[in-house]
Ligand binder design. Sequence first.
Ligand code: GLY
Ligand code: MN
Ligand code: MN
Length: 440
Amino acid sequence: MIHIPKAEYTRRRKALMAQMEPNSIAILPAAAVAIRNRDVEHVYRQDSDFQYLSGFPEPEAVIVLMPGRQHGEYVLFCRERNVERELWDGLRAGTEGAIRDFGADDAFPITDIDDILPGLIEGRDRVYSAMGSNAEFDRHLMEWINVIRSKAHLGAQPPNEFVALDHLLHDMRLYKSAAEVKVMREAARISCAAHVKAMQASRAGLYEFSLEAELDYEFRKGGAKMPAYGSIVAAGRNSCILHYQQNDALLKDGDLVLIDAGCEIDCYASDITRTWPVSGKFSPEQKAIYEIVLASQEAAFAQIAPNKHWNQAHEATVQVITAGLVKLGLLQGNVDELIASEAYRAFYMHRAGHWLGMDVHDVGEYKVGGEWRVLEVGMALTVEPGIYISPDNQNVAKKWRGIGVRIEDDVVVTKQGCEILTGGVPKTVAEIEALMAAAR
Ligand code: GLY
Ligand code: MN
Ligand code: MN
């Protein structure tokens, strides 16, 4: 299976440590287990920062990075092996596995962290952590610091600076390595196959979750353990709800269905949206809206290249969508003025994309020094323009109401421009209608 090689985790830790101030320590907790109901847990998904630096897939673990430490710079606290617990809940790496299989220089039982970690922090000037994102961990960290402070009269030296780790770490995550792009290509490939399958299966009389079942099957069959986020399967007027999650309505003849879904591989997301007619043939109004969205996406791709800034792709979509809506009579007036007054936002109320990576809405700054970020090779993002005509919009003729179209692809910035990772799903009206006709 395609995955991030072990050596890459080592390289990341070293790169982070090289950027940390002298005599500092970084501390990161694993994601907590989330309870679904009573004694049932949600499927465990590691915290992305933790995963990025360790590849260690278990809960109840803490990464400690101490640049320059003689006895090893990378310490991992984790659960000990336990025959009884492993019988019930699954295998654990244990401290030996943490060293043997996950590259830790040193490993300790998580149950000993209160005794050991203050001693590791003591004498370091600065602590890097994800302050503010995990209240319980922040509280623990302060308890460990207070242990050191309480021994100050004995000569213990508590750290004096607390630094948000995000800035360094999230900037690293923004630039995807060749190995990361390879994993993301694989996630994209599987997600493309899933969208094709859902298009082929689309029929009036099914439910939205029937198509979700096709997606889930293709994800897992293709080699992905899980979706990267809750799949959106939105038919008819539901396509105008941006983050629709209910997925339980009936598919009807004449309606569009919008599917926004992607799997993740080794914690790397894909994020694809396609919109198609439930029964395989676009109505004239649906087609008119669809063509504008598609043209706006093409215009956006042309604005994704090194030295173009983050917002240029969005601006391109706004231009094409506003002009298109004027042409159809859905907006009236001068295109430039409608853009300046943001009139298009009644139909296109989100941005053209976001960073993509281990988190579907990935980390990384969009502005630097108050200016839109300039794109660089290795940055991954989505391009996802849409037009949504509210079923309640009294300003437009009835025939337009309830039409929602989004088209979303994943790209990586390359030297020449960008590589589209998700080109494997039909996108033009003719391609979609042909694929669906062949499946009938
Ligand atoms: N799937 C959420 C998004 O497209 O941003
Ligand atoms: Mn999406
Ligand atoms: Mn997206």
